[in-house]
Design a protein around this ligand. Structure first.
Ligand SMILES: [Mg+2]
Length: 346
């Protein structure tokens, strides 16, 4: 039998690239570009950030193919609680952002933004606590930007705000583990969550092995799909919070499917993020109602795909990216679309 080597399979010829402006810059992004694809089982979203190399983008592609051609594990709940997300904005702008997350009783606040100070972080956290009240759960996310010493100082001060947890305060798994020991020794009660150390790591289980976190943040696309993410959660044995990666409603639906399939869900999830965009590809965007999202499938609306269509040059860039990414796609993912070739060994 002949073996057809595909640069990318024909079913993906229908890739639709959109660029949707953000209300507030996130990760330095003002317009979020993603590629969307419709398969026999629904729509999938492929939105690796522009600087991600092909092997990393391949995991995001596996998640998109799972959504469009595969199946998701069965849900054990029908709604998922979500948190508000507060970017690294001035404290005065906090109340306006929080209105985009009606009913949320948990807020995640970005801290350690380059160019800002710990005083800016403390002001922002103070503003969120004032707006949401004493019973709200407040977590911070440093995206690994603090050194061990900076994280130790910052969390010592932020502990006064009764934090639910601090997400990726330092970049390395070793520093997360050292920080946890330091905080425990000084009886500072701020649980540590690992995010980048799970989704961008070659071996997400090092977090477990080094006792580097109290819980983990998982995102469907960077981990290669709902089923793959569920496996990682089970392997770590740690509580998990599901978060988005600046997804449209189509990517968010996959995140909700993961959160709905977790055996235990003790924390609000970072999936109420479509309000950070000025628009969406779904006619009924997956926005939280009373702080919760429903488990459902989301389809792209043809008019909205046209409305937010990326310029032809950008669409061509994404097609080239697909071609460059395809050889790195795991065999199981490419088999979903009928490609029986093997992934590149490297
Ligand atoms: Mg994070």
């Amino acid at each position: 039998m002949g073996c057809r080597v595909l640069s990318s399979p024909q079913p993906l010829d229908g890739l639709q690239v959109v660029g949707i402006p953000m209300r507030v810059s996130f990760r330095g992004i003002t317009t979020r570009e993603v590629a969307l694809i419709e398969g026999p089982n629904g729509w999938g979203e492929w939105g690796p950030f522009l600087d991600y190399p092909p092997p990393e983008a391949a995991r995001w592609l596996a998640a998109a193919l799972e959504a469009a051609w595969g199946t998701w594990p069965a849900p054990v709940r029908h709604t998922v609680p979500v948190n508000a997300t507060v970017p690294a904005i001035p404290a005065d702008d906090v109340p306006a952002i929080l209105t985009r997350f009606p009913g949320a009783t948990t807020a995640k606040i970005k801290v350690a933004q380059p160019g800002q100070t710990l005083a800016d972080d403390l002001d922002r956290v103070t503003a969120v606590r004032a707006a949401l009240g004493p019973s709200a759960r407040i977590r911070v996310d440093a995206n690994g930007a603090w050194s061990l010493a900076e994280a130790s100082e910052a969390l010592t001060k932020l502990a006064a705000y009764d934090l639910e947890y601090a997400e990726q305060p330092c970049a390395t798994v070793e520093d997360l583990a050292a920080l946890r020991r330091d905080l425990a020794r000084r009886r500072i009660d701020v649980p540590i969550a690992a995010d980048e150390s799970i989704r961008k790591a070659d071996d997400p289980l090092r977090v477990r092995d080094l006792h580097a976190a109290d819980l983990i943040v998982v995102k469907v696309a960077p981990l290669g799909g709902v089923a793959a993410a569920l496996d990682i959660v089970a392997a770590t044995g740690l509580p998990a919070v599901v978060s988005s990666a600046l997804d449209t409603s189509i990517g968010i639906a996959a995140g909700v499917a993961l959160a709905a399939a977790l055996p235990k869900l003790e924390h609000a999830c970072g999936l109420g993020t479509v309000g950070l965009f000025t628009g969406d590809v779904a006619a009924s965007p997956l926005r939280p109602v009373a702080g919760e999202l429903p488990v459902c499938r989301v389809a792209a609306d043809p008019d909205l795909l046209t409305r937010w269509a990326a310029p032809p040059k950008r669409a061509a860039w994404w097609r080239e990216r697909l071609t460059a990414t395809w050889p790195h796609l795991p065999a199981a993912a490419r088999a979903l679309v009928g490609d029986r070739t093997s992934p590149r060994a490297d």
